[in-house]
Design a protein around this ligand. Structure first.
Ligand code: MRU
Length: 346
């Protein structure tokens, strides 16, 4: 199968499949310096927690490469400043901060600037490679959760486009299909940015997995009618107790799933678990421009001047999550213990 890889490092340039143009056009945008990579994250040309992390790692590579400062200590100070700018690109997905910190830690452990630059590139390449491997491992672990017959619902885009390759929640669905299981797939359109309609539906089509697109608000009715066997989503940040930040609307799906006796699964790499946060109340939620709600592709759809609120994410309390799929295996409640174990074993 021709794998979807939204991020490519080629000859010192970061090449990104522009996710704002899909599905109508497959356009590559190039970032030649770290600020261009930051801009690509801010404008959602690249999005999805692990993909943002990989992009951030290459942004650090470019920031270091473009620093012409032989003094190690001044070099590291300037690199840390660039790291702070990269981390500020979006607030919710912890993979962004995780990747920048991992890169800066490595830089601090090296003795001279030429060596730092060399090692940073090796590290970014390995973060990208590891992400795909981790996703494939998650896929294998998640097969047991996928039904044979019945149906699965996913939200937003937690596919290859949101990662280096293969995807998290969509990766689990894919692994189930590749294992020979057959089930119906529903995916939500994911208002207002339409990651589900534009990106996940595009991926399922490329994978040859038949999927049915539904508006976000149809999920409850489908669950009530017994048409959804389980829900699986990705995550942007998971607190130590299992509270999970993910695309706006995830909490609604999780509560509806519990109400209807349907398992609710979250597939995410360990790099998405933020052990520094005891619960989800501490997760910063991105507030996006209200024009995404009041306009549709530049056309005003709400009365001019109306106030609109556009939170990009919500937090699903851990009690609504049936299990997490990570590269370390399937973690079940109590998550305070099973996630801790998963983090330690990764
Ligand atoms: O705003 P986005 O498109 O970056 O949000 C993406 C999500 O919420 C995904 O579900 C999450 O990042 C997991 S991606 C494997």
């Amino acid at each position: 199968m021709n794998e979807i890889r939204p991020i490519e490092w080629a000859n010192g340039t970061l090449r990104l499949l522009d996710q704002t143009r899909l599905p109508s056009e497959e356009v590559i945008v190039e970032a030649h310096g770290y600020l261009e990579a930051v801009n690509a994250i801010k404008t959602m040309q690249v999005r999805g927690a692990p993909a943002i992390g990989v992009t951030a790692a290459y942004a650090v590579v470019m920031a270091a490469r473009d620093l012409d400062i032989p003094d190690r200590s001044t070099f590291l100070q300037r690199l840390a400043k660039a790291g702070t700018e990269i981390k500020a690109a979006r607030p919710t997905a912890v993979n962004l901060m995780w990747a920048v910190d991992r890169m800066l830690d490595l830089a601090n452990s090296e003795t001279d600037t030429a060596r730092i630059k060399e090692r940073l590139l090796e590290e970014a390449v390995s973060i990208e490679k590891q992400d795909e491997e981790i996703n494939r491992r998650m896929g294998s672990h998640g097969i047991e959760l996928m039904p044979d017959g019945g149906s699965v619902l996913t939200h937003c885009n937690a596919g290859a486009l949101a990662t280096a390759a293969f995807g998290t929640a969509v990766g689990v669905i894919r692994a189930g299909w590749e294992d020979g299981k057959r089930f119906k797939v529903f995916n939500t359109e994911t208002r207002p940015f339409l990651q589900g309609a534009r990106l996940t539906a595009w991926e399922f089509k490329k994978l040859g997995i038949p999927s049915t697109l539904v508006v976000d608000s149809a999920a409850g009715m489908l669950m009530h009618r017994g048409e959804i066997g389980c829900v699986i989503t990705g995550a942007d940040r998971i607190a130590a107790n299992g509270d999970t930040a993910n695309k706006i609307g995830t909490y609604t799906l999780a509560v509806l799933a519990k109400e209807n006796g349907i398992p609710f699964y979250v597939a995410a790499p360990i790099s998405t678990v933020d052990m520094s946060l005891s619960n989800g109340d501490e997760i910063e939620i991105e507030e996006r421009n209200s024009s995404e709600v009041t306009e549709f592709r530049g056309i005003q759809v709400a009365p001019e001047g109306i106030e609109a609120l556009n939170p990009g994410f919500d937090v699903t309390p851990a009690r609504y999550v049936t299990a997490f799929v990570t590269e370390a295996g399937v973690a079940r409640p109590p998550f305070i213990e099973s996630l801790d174990l998963a983090v330690k074993s990764a």
